[in-house]
Design a protein around this ligand. Sequence first.
Ligand code: 13P
Length: 249
Amino acid sequence: MRSKIVAGNWKMNKNLSETKALLEELSEKLPATEAEVIVAPTFVNLADSSRMLKSSKIKVAAQNMHFAENGAYTGEISADMLLNIDVDLVIIGHSERRAYFGETDELLSKKVKAALAKNMRVIFCFGEELEERKAGNHFSVVESQLKNGLFDLPAEAWQHIVLAYEPVWAIGTGETASPEQAQEMHAFIRKTITDAYNASIANEVSILYGGSVKPSNAREIFSKQDVDGGLIGGAALVADNFISIIQAI
Ligand code: 13P
């Protein structure tokens, strides 16, 4: 169901004591909100985070997972391992996974299916690179990422999907897509899903924007009709900033 969401992707930041300190501060300062609030700490701190937030409104997500049930995949983490520590949300397809770890659309599609098969919810990330936008190819890039990653899913699966449009040129650069650019792309995403499925699926899916969202620009971006929240990197690492972003929604 379409809902407002603010999610913090902590990436490879925060050791265990820093994780605990940030979660304590967030829990203390969390404002009353109807938005869903999610944090994604690093794997090694997920079990502690999940325990700490057991009775909290803040939910915990993993930043990645493997598609296999278990087996000889050194260094990898399965869906069952996440579920066993009460983590049923996973980010799949982040541009850093695509760019630095060679994750292809085909691999991501397998991961999405593996997560859904275990009744997990998926935050599926995608977005164009700067060269692609400059060349005017951003819509076709996004369309093909959606098609290859998600469009062979059955219609029912979409209730477990959250989309996160993250233009690569706006991630960690301080350069944000303008609210108009975000809105334009989010509307395009809904149209693409309407064409592939139907308008009700397109209107029910939450679409987050990610890329240099901060307290100073969150309100304007979130005010756009097709923007349902944000996937926040750097600003999610400082409690007051993340809290301001939650207030902005
Ligand atoms: P920044 O907010 O640091 O630009 O990162 C966005 C992001 O990649 C969230 O997944």
